[in-house]
Design a protein around this ligand. Structure first.
Ligand SMILES: CC(C)(COP(=O)(O)OP(=O)(O)OC[C@H]1O[C@@H](n2cnc3c(N)ncnc32)[C@H](O)[C@@H]1OP(=O)(O)O)[C@@H](O)C(=O)NCCC(=O)NCCS
Length: 183
């Protein structure tokens, strides 16, 4: 299992480092969690420290079993090569191969900087080329139809819209199922 993934800098954005979530991230996660968009669009346990610790335990357990591989995303300061606080989350869920699913969110203060797109793109590349090259043939991405920012991330990260899904608890609206196939 690769502990750290990296995304190169672009002309307008710093490099990214993707590393596993740690218990030391509870404070930053608690701050990020007080956000309506996270409450509305994700199952992230906003606000409560105990729930956030449990969420980190879930991430660590998933990594051990290999069915949920998540990363904290950090921007790297090009001046001193130091990584800042986590600003986003990406996850690869392997319910049963050959299909996997990706999920993601970005802290409210860091949105609109292409962070989710670049991190998801790297996660997909790693999953197809290194993590499960012989087994994984495509990756799915699902969001509610009214989550337009998420739909943009899907398109920019090379996912195609495959199907409109009916509402499914706990999600009250129809969903978009996007797919990215292994090249
Ligand atoms: C969806 C989300 C992860 C995007 O993160 P991000 O790091 O800002 O993503 P990016 O900067 O890579 O791209 C965001 C795109 O959405 C667009 N966007 C943002 N808000 C939008 C809105 N209200 N309507 C339409 N497009 C919107 C941005 O303009 C950008 O597209 P562009 O590059 O064509 O301009 C972030 O908004 C978020 O965390 N939302 C809450 C959690 C969530 O919805 N997670 C996904 C669940 S499926």
């Amino acid at each position: 299992m690769v502990a750290v993934l990296t995304v190169e800098a672009t002309p307008s954005a710093p490099p990214l480092v993707l590393r596993p979530w740690r218990y030391g991230d509870v404070a930053v996660l608690t701050r990020m969690g007080s956000d309506d968009a996270l409450r509305r669009w994700t199952s992230f346990p906003t606000g409560n420290t105990e729930d956030i610790r449990e969420w980190i335990t879930t991430q660590r357990d998933g990594r051990d079993t290999g069915d949920r591989i998540s990363y904290a995303v950090q921007e790297v300061d090009p001046r001193d090569a130091r990584a800042g606080e986590p600003v986003a989350h990406v996850v690869l869920k392997l319910h049963g191969q050959p299909v996997g699913e990706v999920g993601y969110w970005t802290a409210s203060h860091a949105r609109g900087r292409n962070i989710a797109t670049r991190a998801v793109d790297e996660l997909c590349r790693w999953a197809f080329e290194q993590y499960a090259p012989a087994r994984l043939t495509h990756l799915e991405l699902i969001h509610q139809v009214d989550n337009q920012a998420s739909c943009r991330v899907a398109a920019k990260a090379h996912f195609s819209l495959l199907q409109v899904l009916p509402p499914q608890p706990p999600w009250p609206w129809e969903g978009h199922l996007h797919v990215r196939r292994r090249l």
